[in-house]
Write a protein that binds this ligand. Structure first.
Ligand SMILES: [Zn+2]
Length: 314
């Protein structure tokens, strides 16, 4: 089977712990990904501005350097997708492929030219905020709960022009609706769950799920137990319930996977890392999901959204 996972934090962990992408004790490595018929992974350069000692931009550039170095070390085992043609070739050649993203728009340091430079470095998705406020908007834990700033609107508009996918995971609710109003093209929530099943502030309301769907976007269901059940205790069946619920609200074209591997300290019982994706498909199948729907959730939906986005500006 093929996998398209819209979010992992593996680069950050590799950088902090001096580990290698090829084989490691983390939740994701190339050796385990290559067991599948095809694997496209969005790798985030994650910035928590309260936790870094350098500027957000310097921090993200260091993570991008780690990403580039690791992919260069593994030529032939992983390729980088930057254009619609790269994506199509990845689809035709199977194997393991990657897309670079930034999680936390503070990396731009308030500059549109920096946004364009990140695009030139290969960034093809930006999660507008992490949990805190930045120059673009407020994150979900910022008490003020404000939406997009003027700079945030300018950045969103330039991202649409360049062909960088806009990601609303972690964004304040006001920010979400501002994005919904001011975007022309599909946007995504790369790693978010359903608030109706778990009341965590990071999760999406039914109205938000419908809005992403109506725009033609996609939501990557997050594997983090804290977002899946109110008491934080959950197994693989609970993860399947979120996927089914999202499909009931948003339709089968609007749901994908956003594992958050290596960004979470725990996983649902029965999931250990990339090696468990097959088990999740088996559980969904056992619960009655059709093969064609499983294919959309595991691969086809994010493939479609990225194909549209990258196709806008090769
Ligand atoms: Zn995140």
């Amino acid at each position: 089977m093929r996998i398209f996972d819209a979010h992992c934090d593996t680069i950050y962990e590799l950088d902090c712990r001096g580990l290698e992408l090829c084989k490691n004790p983390l939740q994701l490595d190339l050796e385990r990904m290559s067991e599948y018929d095809g694997y496209i992974q969005v790798f985030a350069a994650f910035v928590d501005k309260t936790d870094i000692k350098t500027s957000p931009m310097k921090h993200v550039l260091k993570l991008i350097d780690t990403y580039k170095s690791e992919t260069e070390k593994n030529v032939g085992k992983i390729s980088i997708i930057e254009t619609a043609e790269d994506l199509k070739n990845a689809h035709l050649s199977a194997g393991v492929h990657s897309i670079l993203s930034i999680e936390g728009g503070e990396a731009l340091e308030g500059s549109i030219s920096s946004l364009r430079m990140f695009h030139r470095l290969g960034v093809r998705l930006i999660t507008l905020t992490w949990n805190h406020a930045n120059e673009l908007a407020d994150g979900i834990t910022e008490g003020r709960g404000a939406g997009l700033t003027d700079f945030g609107r300018a950045a969103v508009s330039e991202m649409e022009r360049l062909g960088i996918l806009i990601d609303v995971s972690h964004l304040s609710e006001a920010g979400f609706w501002d994005v919904e109003r001011c975007t022309k093209y599909p946007f995504v929530a790369s790693h978010s769950c359903a608030k109706a099943l778990c009341s965590h502030p990071r999760n999406l309301t039914d109205e938000q799920i419908r809005a992403v769907s109506e725009k033609g976007g996609c939501i990557g269901v997050n594997f983090y137990p804290e977002f899946l059940s109110n008491d934080g205790i959950c197994d693989i069946e609970r993860l399947a319930e979120h996927i089914e619920y999202m499909i009931n609200i948003g339709g089968e074209d609007a749901v994908g996977l956003g594992s958050d591997f290596d960004g979470v300290d725990r996983l649902p019982e029965g999931i250990y890392g990339v090696e468990s994706m097959n088990r999740l498909a088996d559980v969904l199948s056992g619960r009655g999901m059709t093969d064609s729907c499983i294919e959309k959730v595991f691969y086809g939906n994010f493939y479609r959204v990225f194909s549209d986005t990258l196709g806008r500006n090769g």
